[in-house]
Structure formats: structure tokens, C-alpha cells
Design a protein around this ligand. Structure first.
Ligand code: ADP
Length: 718
């Protein structure tokens, strides 16, 4: 190879080497740059990581200091808690799951009076043992082993009931133990000595108060007796005075004495009843009674007063409701008398209507609702609830003119709630009031069916202007499918009467003619209906100028049974059923009825003698029980009135003696009593007396008794 070729080859080789060098240099440069970038990234990462580490370090520091603060706080709270637990005067202790004591406060430990054994670790069973062995607990007569077993049983129960233990020094500790989820038991031992002593003191005070209350009731019973006896003299004598010849002024004086005496008696009775209820001495006596008759009797009693005020007393007794129920007739009458009496008292014009409805709620027990509506002065809305309270009256101009104690409704409400019923009122001022009474009463066995007029009376004409009364009559007749025509004047009534008319019922309130004139005009029509007059007073009945035109007179207030019985008697095919069984009496003729009255008080003897002076009887007095027994044998009376409180032998004992010696002839003995406390009545009747009358005695009540026991052939009461 030539040199040139060689040179050329070398040059080529050099060039190639140079190119390779360049290439490698470029690669190196690129690698260097990459390395530089990587190094930069790495150093940045290192910086970040360092910062993070600083952060974490800072946070750690903070958490550590927070933890320290928290720990300090916990320590403080724990210290305070223990401090509190240690300072409370009640015991506190914690037991572990194995019933070993974990901790206890000084109050808990103080009971053990320095017994070193009672410290953390001691078992509950051992504590119980120490309590009994050391005589720390007073377990009475219970054997210690039994007591401990009882206490341990309780301790092991899932939720032990609180228990009270008594310590040797008469302190009372109430143990309350709570089992926690982990099995620990927290015990609280409350020292309840003070409340136990307080409770004992309260019980003693209550006993004392009850004794005082009993003394009060006894005092009231005595007071009632003491007041009623002289009141008998006052009211009775005033009653007798009215029958003598008096000038106008004297008459006024006597009437005032009588009405004041009676008002005083009402007040005494109210106060007495209220005290009895207060002292839980009021006892209800259930017996069969006639509700319809009771309502009617109350209305009859109030009729004179209603008549004087010109107010209609109406009664609407549900035609389908029986009338014999079982309840306390005396107390039901008392409530009704109060409500109906109030309705009449607070009504100056219009009417007072008593509606009785009811339905059989359960077998043989009726839910009865009695509504007493009046058209009186009404009660302001804000006073409606107030009036059932004690001594509460509506105190306004209109109300002040009426007398009363303000106890009637309070007593009624309490009586009704004792009967399991309720009482309410709705009222509109100036329009009237409606008092309602709900009672649930069992049906009494014996019930006299009402006369059935269906098919016996076909057409009735009612002449009456009072809407309420008309409505009641229409309702009552409709039950028997009777055809009814209603008229408000005599003229209209005459237009309604025709061949079919069986009955014309004439009220006393229409303008164009009076009832008797209408009756006379009916007679002239040629038809022959029965004519019944509704009269407010009996005086109206006696002044029948037309003579025979009126078939009968019904006195207001008109009862359902009264109306139907009257119609029953005049309608064809009567079905009269006796309501009351006649009292068995021994026939005697031409002799006077012999009455023995045992009464020690001279004034009361005089009152009695004067009261019965118009009667055709043979009267003897006995001044004590002993004499009553003697005279029973020598005088052989047909009836004995027996005072209860008498010297030597009281009325109850005398009656028992008479019952022992009397043979087959039972002599009726009627108690005359001033006793008014509950229970007296039972006691009196249990001694063998047949009935009793309370003082002050009333002439009509005495007459009633005498005529009901008069032997056949004697007619003592004219
Ligand atoms: P008294 O009638 O003896 O005052 P009550 O307890 O029977 O006591 O009645 C309390 C009060 O309720 C009465 O004073 C009267 O203000 C009011 N009151 C009761 N019934 C009626 C009534 N039918 N109409 C208006 N007010 C009545």
C-alpha cells in the first residue's frame, strides 16, 4: 500500500475516530444533563422531606404537650372527684368483678370504726360478716347467717334492689348498688336517718290529726244532737202556734221563727254532711228504690214554692226507662233536691224541667242521665267551674238576693263521685242553666210494669200553652201510638174533638176560657170524651163550678206513672197493678188506735201531744226506756214512737227488750231521733226498730206513720 493510501486510510480512521468522539461527547453531555436534573429533583425532594419531618416533629411536640395538659386536667378532675366523694357524708365504694373492695370513701369506712381489715381487697362477704360480728348492724331478731345470706343473694342479683339497713346507733342507711358492664359494683350508702325520723314524725302527726278529726266528728254528732233537740221544740211549737188564732203581726213573727228554724236546720245538715264527707265518715247505703217516685216526690215538695213564684215544674221520665233501681235513695234524693231546689231558687220566671233518660249499659245495669234545666239567671262563664267548690257562690248583684251556704253543690259533687257518677253544668248568663248527673245503677228486681194504653186510648186532644209540657205529653202518648191533637186555646181544642176522641187533657194556661168552661163546652158538643184537668193546686180542683163535666184532675207536677195510671183507670179493660204491697194489719173495729210515745223531754212531749191532738187516737207517754217496756205490756199499743236518747234505758235497749217479750204480734216501733251521723240509722234499725223519723218532727211525717200502721177498722187520720 502506498503511503498516500495509507495516509488516506489513516485520515479516514482519524475522521471516524473523531466522529465517534463527537458522538460520545454528545452522549456524555446528555447524560450529564440528565444527571444534573435528577440531582436537582433529588435535592428538592430532600428539602421537602426535611420540611415534613420538621412539621411532624412540631406536631409531635404539640400532641405531647396537649397530652401533658390533658393528663394534668384528668388528674385535677380525678382529685376533685375523689375530694368530693370523700367529703360527701354518704358512703361510696367500688368493688371489682370478684367482689373485692377497690376503693371506699371515709364515710363508707367510718361505719366500720377503724377496722383495718376493711380496706382495698377485702371481700363483700367478709364485710357482711364484720357488720354482724361486730354488732355494727341492727338486724333485730333475724339470725345473722340468714341476714348475710339474704344480703349476699341481693348483692349477686343482676340489678340489686335498694335496701335499708339499721345501724347499732339507730342510724338508717339506704344501700344502692349498681353493677357496671365490666362487672364492677358501685355502692352508694345514703344516710337517710333524718328522713326516716321525719317520716315517723309525720306518721305520728297524721295519727294525731286523725284522732282530732274523729274528735271533731264526734263533736259534730253531739252538736247536731244537742241543737236538733231544742230545735224540735222551736220549730214544732212555732208550727203549732200557726194553728192558733193570731193577729197579723203575731203570724208574721211565728212564720219567721219557723222559717228561720228550718233554715238553720238546713245549714246544720249541710255542715254536718260536709264534715262527714271530709272525715271519710260518709257511707252509702244501697237498697232498691223507685227513682221515678223520688224525683216526683221532690217536685211535689217544691210545688208550693214553685206555684208562689209562678214557675212550672216539669218532669220528663223516659217512657222506656224502668223506675226501680238499687242505690242510696236518701243521698240521691239529697243531690236531686239540691239541684232542683237551686234551679227553682235561681229562676224567676219560666220553668224547671227534670229529664231522666237511660239505657241498659251492661246486663241489668243502667246508665242514667238526669238533666235539670231552668230558665233562670244563669251563671257567668268564669264562675261555672268555681261553683262546685266549698262555700263558693256567684257573687254578683243578681245572685246576692238568694240565700244559701254555698255547700250544696260541693256536697252533691262529692256524693255523686262516691256513687261512681259525675255531675256537670252548662249555663248561659240570663238564659238559664242545665245541671246534669250521670249515674250507673243496677236494676232492682221488682218492677211494676207501666199500664199499657195501646189500643185502649185512640185519640187525645191536649190543650196547653206551655211548649215544654206539651212536648213531654206528646212524647209520652206517642209511645202507645195514640193519635194526638194539640191546641193552645179552648176554641181550637173544640175544633179537634170528634167521635174518635177518648180524652181531652186540659192544662191551666190558655187565654180564651178557663179549664172548667172548656169542660162544660165539651159536654155540649155531644161527644163524650173523658176530660182530665191538669191543676197546679188542689184548690183549683175543689172549685169545679161545672159539676160533673170533668172526669178527673191531675195535680202538677205530672208524673209519667201518675198520668198513665189515671188514663188506665178510665180506659176500657184496665190493667191496674198494685204498686205497694199493703201493710199487714190486724182487723179491729170500733176502737181507737193505741199509741205509746217514749220521750223524756217535756217540751217534746208537749209538741208531740199538740201535733196529734186532732187525731182519733189513744195516746200514752213513757218518760224512759224502762217505762216504755212496762207500758208496752200494760197498755198494749198498736204503735210505739221511741226516742233514742233517754235516761235509765235508751230507746234501742227498750226496743230489744220489747222484741224479746212480744209474742206473735209484732208491734211497729218507730224511732224518733236527733242523731244524724252516718251509721246511726243502721244501728237504730239493727236494734229492732222498724223505721225512724228525725227531729225536728213534722206533723205530716207523723200522720203518715200513724195511718200506715193503723189497724184495720181504726181510722185515726181523717
Ligand atoms: P247555695 O245554693 O247554698 O248558695 P250551692 O253549692 O248549691 O250553694 O250553689 C253554689 C252557687 O252556684 C250558688 O250560690 C249560685 O251562685 C250558683 N248556682 C247553683 N245552681 C244555680 C242555678 N240553677 N242557676 C244559677 N246559679 C246557680
Amino acid at each position: 500500500m502506498s503511503i498516500a493510501a495509507k495516509l488516506a486510510e489513516e485520515r479516514r480512521a482519524r475522521l471516524a475516530a473523531e466522529r465517534l468522539l463527537e458522538l460520545k461527547q454528545a452522549e456524555l453531555f446528555a447524560a450529564n444533563r440528565k444527571l444534573g436534573r435528577h440531582a436537582k429533583a433529588l435535592s428538592e425532594e430532600i428539602v421537602e422531606t426535611r420540611a415534613e419531618i420538621t412539621n411532624v416533629r412540631n406536631e409531635n411536640q404539640k400532641v405531647k404537650s396537649d397530652l401533658t395538659v390533658a393528663n394534668q386536667k384528668i388528674e385535677i378532675v380525678e382529685r376533685r372527684l375523689w375530694h368530693s366523694i370523700e367529703t360527701i357524708r354518704d358512703g361510696f365504694a367500688v368493688f371489682d368483678i370478684d367482689n373485692g373492695l377497690l376503693m371506699a370513701n371515709p364515710a363508707y369506712l367510718s361505719v366500720f370504726d377503724g377496722l383495718e381489715e376493711v380496706s382495698p381487697g377485702v371481700s363483700y362477704a367478709r364485710i357482711l360478716q364484720l357488720l354482724t360480728e361486730e354488732g355494727i348492724v341492727n338486724i333485730g331478731r333475724e339470725p345473722p347467717a340468714e341476714w348475710r345470706a339474704r344480703m349476699l343473694d341481693r348483692w349477686h342479683s343482676r340489678a340489686p334492689n335498694p335496701i335499708i339497713i339499721r345501724l347499732w346507733n339507730n342510724e338508717y342507711i339506704k344501700l344502692i348498688d349498681r353493677r357496671g358492664h365490666g362487672g364492677d359494683v358501685v355502692t352508694l350508702a345514703l344516710n337517710i336517718t333524718e328522713s326516716v325520723q321525719y317520716e315517723k314524725a309525720l306518721k305520728a302527726a297524721q295519727k294525731k290529726a286523725e284522732a282530732a278529726n274523729r274528735a271533731k266528728s264526734a263533736f259534730l254528732a253531739n252538736m247536731s244532737h244537742e241543737i236538733r233537740t231544742p230545735m224540735n221544740g222551736v220549730v214544732g211549737m212555732a208550727d203549732l202556734l200557726t194553728e192558733t188564732v193570731l193577729n197579723e203581726e203575731q203570724q208574721l213573727f211565728v212564720d219567721t221563727i219557723k222559717s228561720s228554724g228550718e233554715a238553720l236546720l238546713v245549714i246544720i245538715n249541710d255542715v254536718l254532711d260536709y264534715s262527714k264527707i271530709e272525715a271519710d265518715k260518709m257511707v252509702l247505703h244501697s237498697e232498691p228504690f223507685d227513682l221515678e217516685r223520688s224525683v216526683h216526690e221532690i217536685l211535689v215538695m217544691l210545688q208550693t214554692n214553685a206555684q208562689t213564684k209562678g214557675i212550672n215544674l216539669l218532669v220528663d221520665y223516659d217512657m222506656f226507662l224502668p223506675s226501680h233501681f238499687i242505690g242510696d235513695p236518701g243521698r240521691i234524693r239529697q243531690v236531686l233536691t239540691n239541684l232542683i231546689g237551686n234551679a227553682l231558687k235561681f229562676t224567676l220566671q219560666g220553668h224547671v224541667k227534670v229529664s231522666v233518660v237511660g239505657f241498659e249499659a251492661t246486663q241489668k245495669t243502667y246508665d242514667i242521665r238526669i238533666l235539670i234545666e231552668d230558665t233562670g239567671i244563669g251563671i257567668p262563664p268564669e264562675k261555672v267551674d268555681h261553683i262546685f267548690g266549698e262555700f263558693n257562690q256567684v257573687d254578683d248583684e243578681r245572685n246576692r238576693q238568694f240565700e244559701g251556704t254555698g255547700l250544696g253543690l260541693a256536697i252533691s259533687k262529692r256524693l255523686v263521685s262516691m256513687m261512681g257518677g259525675d255531675i256537670w253544668v252548662t249555663s248561659e248568663l240570663g238564659q238559664g242553666s242545665s245541671f246534669g248527673l250521670n249515674l250507673s245503677l243496677p236494676l232492682a228486681e221488682q218492677e211494676t210494669p207501666l199500664p199499657n194504653l195501646r189500643g185502649r186510648v185512640n185519640h187525645v186532644v191536649i190543650v196547653e200553652t206551655n211548649v215544654a209540657l206539651r212536648e213531654i205529653l206528646v212524647k209520652q202518648f206517642s209511645v202507645f201510638d195514640i193519635d194526638i191533637d194539640v191546641a193552645t186555646t179552648g176554641h181550637d181544642a173544640l175544633q179537634c174533638i170528634d167521635r174518635r176522641t177518648d180524652l181531652v187533657l186540659i192544662g191551666d194556661q190558655f187565654e180564651d176560657m178557663d179549664g172548667f168552661d172548656l169542660a162544660a163546652k165539651i159536654a155540649e158538643t155531644g161527644f163524650d170524651p173523658r176530660v182530665l184537668l191538669l191543676a197546679a193546686t188542689l184548690a183549683e180542683v175543689q172549685s169545679d163550678p161545672a159539676g160533673h163535666c170533668v172526669s178527673g184532675v191531675l195535680q202538677m207536677p205530672l208524673s209519667r206513672r201518675g198520668l198513665l195510671s189515671a188514663l188506665d183507670k178510665m180506659a176500657p179493660a184496665p190493667q191496674v197493678i198494685e204498686v205497694d204491697a199493703p201493710i199487714p194489719v190486724t182487723p179491729r173495729s170500733g176502737q181507737k188506735m193505741k199509741i205509746l210515745t217514749a220521750e223524756d223531754n217535756k217540751t217534746n212531749q208537749l209538741v208531740f201531744r199538740k201535733m196529734v191532738k186532732s187525731l182519733d187516737i189513744d195516746l200514752e207517754f213513757a218518760v224512759n226506756g224502762l217505762e216504755a217496756v212496762e207500758k208496752y205490756q200494760s197498755f198494749q199499743p198498736d204503735l210505739i214512737f221511741m226516742d233514742i236518747s233517754m235516761p235509765k234505758m235508751d230507746g234501742k235497749e227498750a226496743t230489744q227488750k220489747i222484741r224479746e217479750i212480744e209474742q206473735d204480734r209484732h208491734v211497729p216501733i218507730v224511732a224518733l231521733t236527733a242523731h244524724a251521723m252516718s251509721g246511726d240509722e243502721d244501728e237504730i234499725l239493727a236494734s229492732g226498730l222498724d223505721r225512724y223519723l228525725t227531729k225536728p218532727l213534722r206533723k205530716d211525717a207523723i200522720f203518715d206513720v200513724i195511718s200506715s200502721y193503723a189497724p184495720k177498722g181504726c181510722d185515726p187520720v181523717p
